[in-house]
Design a protein around this ligand. Structure first.
Ligand SMILES: [Zn+2]
Length: 78
C-alpha cells in the first residue's frame, strides 16, 4: 500500500499534479476509494484526489487545512 501526502502548491487539488509522475489529479468520491487507503484517513478527511496515471491517492491533510486557515485570516483582516 502506497500513500503519500501531497504538498499543494495551489489551493485546489484539481489543479495539482501527482508528485510521483507529474500527471494531472482529479477529485474522487469516498466510495470510489474503497480500501486503497487506511480507514482512519478516510474518516478524518472529506476530499480526495487520484492520479489518472499511477493511481496514487491524495488527500487534503493538515498542510492544505493550515493553508486555508491562513488565507481566511488574511481575508478577515482586509
Ligand atoms: Zn501519478
Amino acid at each position: 500500500m502506497k500513500t503519500t501526502h501531497l504538498e499543494f502548491n495551489e489551493i485546489s487539488g484539481n489543479v495539482a499534479r501527482c508528485t510521483k509522475c507529474n500527471f494531472v489529479t482529479s477529485q474522487i468520491r469516498k466510495p470510489d476509494i474503497g480500501d486503497k487507503i487506511p480507514k482512519r484517513i478516510l474518516e478524518y478527511n472529506d476530499k480526495f484526489w487520484k492520479c489518472h496515471k499511477c493511481d496514487q491517492i491524495y488527500w487534503e491533510g493538515t498542510h492544505m487545512r493550515n493553508l486555508q486557515e491562513f488565507i481566511q485570516k488574511i481575508k478577515s483582516c482586509s
